[in-house]
Design a protein around this ligand. Sequence first.
Ligand code: UFG
Length: 329
Amino acid sequence: MGPVLVTGGAGYIGSHVTRLLAERGEQVVVVDNLSTGFKEAVIGAELVEGNVGDAGLIRSLIEDHGIRSVLHFAAHIVVPESVADPLKYYGNNTANTRQLLDVCQTTGIEHFIFSSTAAVYGSPSGGIASEHSPLAPINPYGWSKLMSEQMLKDLAAASPLRHVTLRYFNVAGAQPNGLLGQSTPQATHLIKVAAEHVVGKRDGLAIFGTDYETPDGTCIRDYIHVEDLALAHLAGLDYLREGKPSATLNCGYGRGFSVKEVLDVVAKLADKPLTIEMTGRRAGDPAVLVSKADAIRDTLDWQPRFQDIETIVSSALAWEAKLAQQPMR
Ligand code: UFG
């Protein structure tokens, strides 16, 4: 099997995957610069503080531990920030991924799992994106990830490395037993923001746009539970270890909820009304973004386990309540 390297393993999604890998007995080395991640979130693995773009560090970690598989999460992920500071995104997400791939090539890494995003589709026609939909990002974040996808695909064609690229839709929720969750400072994601409001960390929240061409006028997204997403990474790794060919797969459930529907669920589970301001549209938001979700189920040994929206929201609320008592370090 061989030990695995997880970049960004102290972050939201990487920490869930790290814990699941450790739980099933795998040896995991995490490299994370702790810019948005937390030491405490690394459960069951060795944490090395450092940058993915530090070729010397990555090379010695791979060689010293005999690593054969890399899961690459480390990235900046805030869409509006990518619009304001594109080079930050092309630097950390694209240029650093190129550095990492270079080291992977020269050290003979066999399996690479890449965190990509639904943002590579931009605004797909009809709001539904299959893996074959046109790739047309509408912000630098999406481009920074698409460029990395392309490098990975080209490298896989030219070398023995094989990859599973996972295009995440809207990731939300927390580890079902409350061990891990999203701790990102200055979070912008809807369910996280709403949960922060519920625990009193924010006075209220805004709905960005109520005049979209959707049944209730608010945007529709495909929310996937972080634990299901994490399990998809383990299934992707198993798939590559079985010798199967590279694959690029959507990670969503194939069904959407509007912003209003999500906030109704939050209010119901929190058992209190939310303070909501209706504001104008946020730049770069597609009206509807839902995955065509069959390919992942047909390709990997993976089935959703936590897809109920109430399950997603209640785990996020439980985590936020815990975080309010015990901030992460
Ligand atoms: N929203 C609000 N109020 C908030 C936060 C969000 O109304 O306080 C709305 C947004 O306008 C959007 C929906 O809730 O309509 C979801 O927004 P998020 O910020 O939670 O997530 P995004 O859909 O913008 O982002 C997600 C991923 C990105 C990815 C993008 C692709 O988190 O990584 O989908 O469109 F790039």
